[in-house]
Design a protein around this ligand. Structure first.
Ligand code: ATP
Ligand code: PRP
Ligand code: MG
Length: 303
């Protein structure tokens, strides 16, 4: 049960956020891959029951370091945190130690540069000599260098958007999702430095022992789970000659399985659709000759 027992190294250990935006979705995604755990009394460690895959519950900022030090094998963290810390490690001469193993399709946000609403924004050179507040100094510094802009980076650990109103900065570089926080502080986003989402982070090299096999198994399940997250199985019947009209109505579907029902003409089709199957689409399919339309949830898939 303890994370320090010698046997723990035969087990895969994944760091996830203890509480915060990514905590619950990360855990549900791993649970949808068939993992379940027993939680330690201090609620910092979860011992894998169905597979030897344990969880360490931590602050998200600690996740890249825990993987780099080998305390954990993998982690679920925002790309914004992973890239920032990797740039930091490179700046300190430690080289690229980690890589993004998979994007996970939740926790979407972007790292944006925002200026006061009253500014007429044209181009990056307007930031020359200005102060920009951010919690992402490495990403901002790289962007400034790429755009040949010399500006002062003011590092703040939180409440970045208030800095211009307090006279601490002229512009900000922070995470944006709905844009509400920027608007509440009379700021407007003008550029995106990084599109982010939660990612599975791991070491730059593959794991090469029993943990490598567990990681491969997990990746296969994750790929299946992320692929079908918004997918549904569509089933219907139609006559063979109507297929040319029906198939174009399913541009988001995998190649359908076609089965003969009776005689030559009547077919039963099943297709995995990755886009929304709205009433409108079902009605369009019916008008084109589909009958007995049925939409089914997909619980799992292994390619
Ligand atoms: N609107 C948003 N603002 C901030 N982060 C967001 C937003 N939407 C999605 N995210 C993602 O969620 C991640 C975690 O955000 P959260 O606010 O929970 O972090 P935190 O306060 O640093 O948590 P911790 O206590 O673990 O350090 C961010 O790094 C980012 O990848
Ligand atoms: O575009 P929005 O939907 O408004 O989201 C963006 C805000 O959310 C985050 O802050 P958070 O709520 O985590 O507060 P904190 O930065 O003070 O922790 C981020 O740092 C922005 O301030
Ligand atoms: Mg944090």
């Amino acid at each position: 049960m303890s994370p320090t027992t010698p046997a723990a190294r035969d087990r895969l250990r994944i760091a996830i956020q203890k509480s915060g935006r990514l905590a619950e979705p990360a855990r549900s995604l791993l649970a949808s891959c068939g993992l379940s755990w027993r939680e330690s009394r201090d609620r910092l460690f979860c011992y894998g029951e169905t597979l030897p895959v344990d969880l360490l519950l931590v602050r998200d900022d600690d996740i890249p370091g825990l993987i780099a030090e080998g305390v954990c094998d993998l982690g679920i963290v925002g790309r914004n945190v992973l890239v920032e810390q990797d740039l930091d490690a490179q700046a300190a001469g430690r080289g690229a130690r980690l890589r993004e193993w998979r994007p996970l399709g939740f926790g979407a946000c972007r790292l944006a540069l925002a200026v006061p609403e009253g500014w007429a924004w044209h181009e990056p050179s307007q930031l020359a000599g200005r102060r920009i507040a951010t919690s992402y100094p490495q990403l901002l510094t790289r962007w400034l260098a790429d755009n040949c802009v010399e500006a002062r980076v003011v590092v703040l650990s939180g409440s970045v958007e208030i800095a211009p109103r307090l006279g601490q900065a002229d512009a900000v570089c922070d995470l944006v999702s709905s844009g509400t926080t920027l608007a509440a502080n009379q700021l407007k986003p003008v550029l995106t430095l990084l599109e982010s989402e939660a990612v599975l982070a791991g070491p730059a090299a593959d794991l090469d022992d029993v943990r490598g096999e567990l990681a491969q198994l997990l990746l296969r399940r994750l790929d299946g789970a992320t692929r079908i997250r918004h997918s549904k199985l569509l089933m219907f019947q139609a006559t063979r000659q109507l297929l040319p009209q029906l198939l174009p109505l399913l541009p988001d579907a995998d190649a359908p399985t076609v089965m003969q029902v009776d005689g030559e003409d009547r077919l039963a089709l099943q297709a995995l659709c990755h886009g929304a199957l709205t009433w409108q689409r079902l009605e369009d399919l019916r008008r084109a000759g589909a009958r007995g339309l049925m939409v089914l949830p997909v619980e799992g898939m292994l390619a």
